[in-house]
Structure formats: structure tokens, C-alpha cells
Design a protein around this ligand. Structure first.
Ligand code: AMP
Ligand code: MG
Length: 408
């Protein structure tokens, strides 16, 4: 029986094993997955902090009536610990610690200096104004970033602020990549007649690199020959993941499932009710690794990588959020689904007149991978839906888009 995309993904996610933990420095931590919760080592802000350049005063409500004597200056990183009267003020800079007993900062624009050196304020102020209170953002001990978070540069800012310069992250699984097909040559070879160049492997290698996977074993191309495929598979089974492309469908030379079986790979599923890429094969190696046989069609490989393989790789890398997150957007034009299963259609975002719409990229099917160069992602046509009208709100997955525009 053919399983749904959701059932297929759930059944494989269940057997994914998470890798060990190691420490890496802040300089290389972006793109890694945090392995332990990160706590605040102090309150944030750690002291009452001036939010403006100005004067710290003891609030009385009579700020416009009093002449103030400037009794000191505090720059960022400095402190002032004297005694102060109600008519004393401290010159203070943004980011500096407001001295004890002072409770309000009046911005410099509201201050006028008199010839005798005193200060007068032009407008009334509220008590506590222009001071970020100690701990108002975060209390000491609070969890700032949870384990399982995929770290971006903005997380690096938080890690730095709490002094975490060596960061526990999960190791990444190792991944082997193998292309199968007697028609395949490498990009650096001259291709003529019935031969084509292997694009799937190089897509997979680039996509893995982009996701931060470094333990990659590229096994090259095996022609549709049992012995040659088996020997390459055996090499790849040392890795935590083995990704193959080609040879999993129903043609005479689609022998990859048989070869995997001969290598002791236990079949988990073969065929998923999804387009593109219905004949996908998934198995488990004798050592517990995950083996994925992708159909050779390049668009199927691209879509499966993001919608099926990436969740598995991210979960194996310790991520707690690993599923692609959809955005609900209207369709620019009607869209059809003749597959009977779920369909992921490659699309581009159009923002005409301010509203963003999802526009299907015209293509000649899952072999037409060049059309994917213009795609921002895919949208979903649910299983059982044959036709969606223009304007219908769909689940759009922004898997390729950089979301940059040339509109100024
Ligand atoms: P298959 O799944 O082996 O029947 O292949 C389906 C289609 O994808 C055929 O047109 C193949 O030539 C093409 N194909 C298979 N492997 C690759 C690859 N590594 N790179 C580019 N196209 C491929
Ligand atoms: Mg083939």
C-alpha cells in the first residue's frame, strides 16, 4: 500500500538517531544546533542603564522649577557613588550605569545650561523615564535559548552576552551520496548522444554544504549494473545517511531496491503518495543508518531533499524544529493536480500591487529542473484535490528563496 507523505515522514523520523555533543567556539557556531539550554548568567540589563544621553536626577516632580548642580559625570563602563541632594544631577551617557539614588534620566535636549554652570530643564518628566531597569529584559537564571535551536547570528549575540564562548552543539551525521544510471557522466566530462550529466549528486552535495553538513562521502556514479551498485552501496553504508538517486522506479534497470536488499538494507517504505518523487525508497542499514533511494528526476530530488530529507537530517543533528514551516498565501493563477496524491509544485512569489501571491512556474514536469532555477519554493496541493482556483490560499514552503527584490 502506498503511504501518504505525512505517514512516510513520521515513520522514518521515528528511527532517526541523534548524534553526540561537542563544544565549538562562537566563531563557528552559527548554523550548528545547540545541545544544552543557555541561561542568563546575570540580569539583563545587569544594572539600571541610561537609555539616553542626558542628566540623571532624583525625581521630585518639580524638575522644571529647580536649578540643578552637575555633581559628576558617568560614561559607559563608569560608576558614581557620591551623596546627592534633590537639586544635584549627574551628566550621563547612553549605556552608563545610573548611580544609586538617582531614578530618572532627562535627555540632553531638554536641558539648558545657565551662565553660573547650573542646569534647568525645559519640560516636566515622569519618574523612571529613560532608564532601562535592571533585569527588565531577562532575570538571571532564565532560559534564553533552548537546546535543539538551530543557531543563527542573532543567537550568537545572545551567547556572547552571557559569556558562552564555547558552545555545546550536536555533531552532524555523516552523509554518503551516490548517483546511479548508465546514462550519467560527471559535469567535467563531455556528454554526447544518449548521455547526460549528473546534476543530482552535485545538487545534493551543495544542499548538504548549505545546511552545514561537512562529513560527506561522495561515491560518484554507478551504472545500472548490480555488482557496481552493490559495491558502492557497501562503501556508503558506513555513513549515518546514504542518499542515492535513480533506479528506484519500475523500469527494467531500476535495480536499486534489489541491490539495497542484497546489502542487508531493511525496507521501511517504497512509494509515497506524493508528486514529484513517488517511487522514493527508504530503508535502514544493518548498522542503523538511513538509506534513501530517490527517483532520478532532478526536480523530485530537489523537492524531496527539502521536504523529506532535510527534516531527517536536522532531527539527526539534534534540532527540535525540523519540519518545513508553511506560509499561507493566495495563488496567482489556478493550479492542477493530476497525481491523486499530495503535490508539491515549484513556484515563485510575485508581489504585484503590494499583495504577495504564489505563482506556479510553468514546467514540463519533474524532469524540467532548469525551471527550478527561478523558484522560491513549493506550494502544496493536498491529496484528493484536483484543481485549485486563482486566489485560493495555499501552504507555501519558502525552501529556496533568498527573498531579495530588485524593487527599490
Ligand atoms: P530514473 O529514476 O533512474 O528512472 O531516472 C529518471 C530520470 O532522471 C531519467 O531521465 C534520468 O536520466 C534522470 N536522472 C537520473 N539520475 C540523474 C542524475 N544523477 N542527474 C540528472 N538526471 C538524472
Ligand atoms: Mg535510471
Amino acid at each position: 500500500m502506498t503511504v501518504t507523505y505525512e505517514q512516510a515522514l513520521a515513520s522514518v523520523l521515528r528511527i532517526v538517531r541523534i548524534q553526540e555533543i561537542h563544544n565549538v567556539s562562537l566563531a563557528i557556531v552559527a548554523g550548528e544546533i545547540l545541545a544544552r539550554d543557555v541561561f542568563a548568567d546575570r540580569n539583563i540589563p545587569p544594572f539600571p542603564r541610561a537609555a539616553m544621553d542626558g542628566y540623571a536626577v532624583i525625581w521630585t516632580g518639580k524638575e522644571v522649577e529647580i536649578s540643578y548642580r552637575v555633581v559628576g559625570t558617568v560614561n559607559p563602563g563608569g560608576a558614581w557613588n557620591g551623596d546627592a541632594a534633590d537639586s544635584d544631577c549627574i551628566k550621563i551617557m547612553t549605556g552608563a550605569m545610573v548611580p544609586p539614588s538617582f531614578d530618572t534620566v532627562i535627555q540632553v535636549e531638554l536641558a539648558k545650561a545657565a551662565p553660573d554652570g547650573t542646569i534647568r530643564f525645559t519640560d516636566p518628566v515622569k519618574r523612571g523615564e529613560n532608564i532601562a531597569k535592571e533585569g527588565e529584559d531577562v532575570r538571571e537564571g532564565a532560559v534564553l535559548i533552548t537546546a535543539g535551536t538551530l543557531l543563527s547570528p542573532h543567537h550568537v549575540a545572545t551567547l556572547s552576552s552571557v559569556g558562552q564562548w564555547m558552545v555545546p552543539v550536536y555533531k552532524r551525521p555523516s552523509v554518503a551520496v551516490l548517483a546511479t544510471g548508465s546514462e550519467l557522466l560527471e559535469p567535467w566530462e563531455s556528454a554526447q548522444g544518449p548521455m547526460i550529466r549528473n546534476s543530482n549528486s552535485h545538487f545534493l552535495l551543495a544542499a548538504l554544504k548549505e545546511l552545514g553538513f561537512a562529513k560527506i562521502r561522495y561515491l560518484g556514479i554507478a551504472p545500472d549494473d548490480r555488482e557496481r551498485i552493490v559495491s558502492k552501496i557497501l562503501e556508503g553504508l558506513d555513513c549515518d545517511f546514504l542518499l542515492l538517486s535513480g533506479g528506484v522506479s519500475v523500469g527494467d534497470v531500476d535495480i536499486v531496491p534489489d541491490c539495497l536488499n542484497a546489502c542487508g538494507v531493511r525496507k521501511i517504505l517504497h512509494k509515497v503518495a506524493v508528486k514529484p518523487g513517488k517511487p522514493i525508497f527508504v530503508g535502514e542499514s544493518p548498522g542503523g543508518g538511513i538509506v534513501i533511494g530517490l527517483p532520478g528526476n532532478p526536480v523530485a530530488v530537489m523537492v524531496h531533499f527539502h521536504m523529506f530529507i532535510r527534516p531527517l537530517l536536522l532531527k539527526a543533528s539534534g534540532a527540535t524544529e525540523y519540519l518545513p514551516k508553511p506560509i499561507l498565501l493566495p495563488l496567482a493563477r489556478s493550479a492542477a493536480n493530476k497525481s491523486g496524491g499530495k503535490k508539491f509544485t515549484i513556484a515563485r512569489l510575485e508581489s504585484d500591487g503590494g499583495e504577495t501571491r504564489v505563482a506556479e512556474i510553468p514546467s514540463h514536469g519533474s524532469g524540467d529542473f532548469v525551471s527550478a532555477c527561478r523558484a522560491d519554493g513549493v506550494f502544496e496541493i493536498p491529496l484528493g484535490t484536483v484543481q485549485l482556483p486563482a486566489g485560493h490560499v495555499v501552504r507555501f514552503y519558502p525552501i529556496w528563496g533568498n527573498f531579495l527584490s530588485n524593487e527599490e
